[in-house]
Design a protein around this ligand. Structure first.
Ligand code: ACO
Length: 428
């Protein structure tokens, strides 16, 4: 097999190297395309065929339904590791030994306070504000209190910035939800595990002592692990591209949060629940909504189905489906919304339209169901996704900066007006 690809245009041949990834995936390296051809570029809206970088963090094969972080399968990590270990693995490349893990957690605890002035900023938001907007703003505001422009030649400075955001972000998430629920803003407890502490910060009632529920903590841990990274998706690409201008870590993360907000990305878990609620309010007729989803003249899509890269069952959805069943059984929840979800899942998996297009339930279909069972308000679902994705964003930002990648700046094909003279306003 040749390691070069030939492009022929207008009788002229151009050769480009073909590079191979560690899983044998091939890519034509077109870095020299414009200079070699005198200005020809490529066009690929949505980047369906474009690799924006080389990365050693996450491997996924959408056709085969494989997802691995740093070589470890998502199934094994979800079963054997906890979220903090996975965060360390993603960011630093290897699983931590016991000593490294204890130090990592201790360093995080050391940074887990948030400047009290930040409460004033949160206070100024109306209660109706969407939590993703609040979280993105608070993450940006953190910069004023904790500068995040990092000297990337200093391992120590980079480590400090990473530990800082891993410590403070869960506090912001908890505060965002407590504000929404009208609960007093609170801090965690250093004697608790990382995820247990997040649970406590979010749910502890002012008049009660915190009660740990192992099954809930385990499900939350799994959800965060499953969301921790997903290679060059919309929000991660945003973090990398913002960071490529040498904006600081927190500013890059804040942009990533905004990208995640959209219903075609992280906002899908909220959209799933809203869709299920709308179906229930309309009499619970799943067949009617299946028909709407297939009708090309109707913009309705079945939220929580389909994925840009998984054209097979999303491996994360398989794991989370089991966790959802466990949580619902443990909490003894009977919910008509969940019955509608199960009905849609069954019908879609057997329906020719969905089978032909390889549209399977994605991770958001089930995560929303668990979050609802845990009592997390629907608008907070995407915030939970952001909490899980934080280590992935950090890992991708760190890799991009350490690789000294150039600023991200795509090209375009201009289709507007050709050069024309200015017309004075009274002559238009
Ligand atoms: N319901 C009904 N039809 C669908 C759906 C759906 N959820 N998703 C895709 N299709 C159809 C399209 O209409 C199209 O049909 P056609 O070939 O007859 O024109 C075909 O399947 C391919 O769809 P595309 O939009 O081209 O697929 P793409 O890979 O661009 O989109 C996406 C993927 C955005 C996730 C899409 O499936 C979708 O909108 N799903 C619902 C939203 C959702 O759940 N998003 C969460 C994604 S997961 C995440 O971000 C963590």
């Amino acid at each position: 097999m040749t390691d070069k690809a030939t492009l022929e245009y207008n009788g002229q041949k151009y050769e480009f190297p073909v590079i191979k990834g560690s899983e044998d995936e091939l890519a034509i390296d077109i870095k020299t395309l414009r200079s070699a051809t005198g200005g020809i570029t490529t066009i690929d809206p949505g980047y369906k065929n474009t690799g924006s970088c080389s990365s050693a963090i996450t491997f996924l094969d959408g056709e085969k339904g494989i997802l691995r972080y740093r070589g470890y399968s998502i199934e094994e990590l979800a079963e054997k590791a906890d979220f903090l270990e996975v965060a360390y693995l993603l960011i630093f490349g290897e699983l931590p030994n016991k000593e490294q893990l204890v130090k990592f957690h201790a360093d995080i605890k050391e940074e887990s306070h948030v400047d009290e002035e930040m409460k004033k900023i949160l206070d100024s938001f109306p209660k109706s504000a969407h939590p993703m907007g609040v979280l993105s703003s608070l993450t940006s505001a953190l910069i004023a209190f904790n500068p995040s422009t990092v000297d990337v030649s200093s391992e120590k400075a980079m480590y400090h910035a990473i530990v800082r955001i891993l410590a403070k972000f869960p506090v912001l998430v908890a505060w965002t939800m407590r504000k929404k629920k009208g609960l007093p803003l609170d801090y965690g407890d250093d004697s608790l595990g990382y995820v247990e502490n997040i649970h406590k910060m979010m749910f502890k009632k002012p008049t009660q002592t915190y009660q740990k529920n192992e099954i809930v903590i385990e499900a939350l841990d799994k959800l965060l692990i499953l969301h921790a990274d997903h290679e060059q998706n919309c929000s991660t690409s945003t973090v990398r591209i913002v960071g490529s201008s040498h904006a600081g870590l927190f500013a890059s993360l804040s942009a990533g949060i905004s990208a995640l907000w959209g219903p075609l990305h992280g906002g899908a878990n909220q959209a799933v629940l809203e869709m299920l609620e709308a179906i229930e309010a309309d009499g619970g007729d799943t067949k009617k909504y299946m028909a709407k989803a297939k009708d090309k003249s109707d913009p309705f899509r079945l939220m929580g189905f389909g994925h840009r890269v998984y054209k097979n069952f999303d491996p994360r959805a398989k794991i989370i489906k089991v966790a959802a069943d466990e949580v619902l059984a443990d909490l003894g929840i009977e919910d008509p919304i969940l019955e509608i979800a199960k009905g849609l899942e069954k019908e879609a998996l057997e329906d020719q339209y969905f089978v032909d297009r390889k549209l399977y339930p994605n991770v958001d279909f089930y995560s929303g169901i668990i979050y609802r069972a845990l009592g997390i308000p629907t608008e907070m679902f995407t915030v939970m996704f952001a909490l899980g994705r934080l280590p992935g964003w950090i890992a991708q930002w760190r890799e991009m900066r350490l690789n000294n990648e150039p600023i991200g700046r795509p090209r375009q094909v201009y289709t507007g007006a050709n050069s024309r003279g200015f017309v004075e306003v009274d002559q238009r």
